[in-house]
Design a protein. Structure first.
Length: 331
């Protein structure tokens, strides 16, 4: 065992895939070897776990980019679903919950301070192969609070009415937590897509819809990260940064040209009067260290320029600033 090298382990894993095994199967075999060697290290039989540095095989396919529905498509898909359990669709699509997080909600998880929301602390999952349901911790093992948009408040009120705090919020018809496969049959998930004439999306894509709606509304990436339960804002933008691409050009049109001159501002601002609300034109009266007055301005402190103009403190410009920051975080 001590004679095994990392190169040999890597060749062994590659050989498993070459013989026709699925990358996931080869990955599990590598994990088993890692555990065995880790035990040997702990027992003092070998000094190093050479399998720990071997990378697992990949499927060779690009990660599937989640699809997102527009609000109109979301409402059409919801209306096309059958029965009262159609309410689950907007909850997933506007609160950004994973299915297990939604199924794990209890009536007592509702919060009202500082605003209406849901406290997520558990998930209901199905054992491999669609087996028995069990209660587990959240994916990142950290509880979070998700705010409710106005459209969801009456839905949560309706499903909470007359129930004890420990009752499942979206209980199955026969009691207990709701299973995804049963829910899809109950509401006619696939038939609803055809009837509504909207793109074919998975249930999990409703979470992508939530991300797109929050980002398009100008929410800070850090806020969206908290809503979705990601570890970092960089992870959120890595997954959903493509959803704000269209907003980058909107922000560019609002800001104007790239030289800082008022002529560019007027040419690209879609009728917004240049300089309105500003104490002085951009590029004048700045500190000695600023270079905005040059033909090729390179400001040393962008925030100082923004503060000079009261227009940049309006909600519209703050929205533009958030879009630009989101693009920078995603780089």
């Amino acid at each position: 065992m001590a004679a095994i090298t990392a190169a040999e382990v890597s060749a062994w894993v590659g050989g498993l895939v070459a013989r026709g095994l699925a990358p996931a199967t080869a990955t599990r075999a590598l994990a088993t070897l890692r555990s065995t060697l880790a035990f040997a290290v702990a027992d003092g039989r070998i000094r190093h776990n050479v399998a720990a540095t071997v990378r697992p095989p990949t499927s060779g396919r690009a990660r599937r980019e989640g699809q997102a529905l527009t609000l109109a498509e979301l409402h059409a898909r919801t209306a096309a679903c059958a029965g009262s359990y159609r309410d689950v669709v907007p909850v997933l699509a506007l609160a950004g919950l994973r299915w297990g997080e939604m199924a794990g909600l209890r009536v007592g998880d509702r919060v009202s301070v500082p605003g209406p929301g849901l406290r997520l602390s558990r998930a209901v999952l199905a054992s491999e192969g669609g087996g028995a349901l069990y209660v587990d911790t959240l994916k990142n093992h950290r509880a979070r609070t998700v705010p409710l948009v106005a459209e969801l408040v009456p839905i949560i009120d309706r499903w909470s009415a007359g129930k004890e705090p420990q009752a499942w919020l979206f209980a199955a018809p026969g009691g207990g937590p709701l299973r995804e496969s049963n829910w899809k049959r109950s509401v006619g998930w696939r038939a609803a897509r055809v009837a509504a004439g909207v793109p074919d999306v998975r249930v999990h894509d409703l979470r992508h819809t939530a991300a797109s709606q929050w980002l398009a509304a100008g929410a800070d990436p850090k806020v969206v990260q908290r809503v979705l339960g990601h570890a970092t804002a960089a992870m959120t933008m890595g997954l959903y940064g493509h959803l704000v691409d269209a907003s980058l050009w909107q922000a560019a049109m609002l800001i104007g040209g790239t030289t800082g001159h008022l002529s560019d501002w007027r040419a690209h601002s879609n009728g917004i009067r240049a300089g309105a609300g500003c104490e002085k034109p951009l590029g004048t009266g700045l500190s000695d260290g600023s270079r905005l007055g040059e033909s090729n301005p390179r400001p040393t402190h962008y925030e100082g320029v923004l503060v000079r103009c009261s227009r940049f403190q309006s909600p519209r410009w703050l929205h533009v600033r958030r879009l630009l920051l989101a693009a920078i975080v995603g780089c």
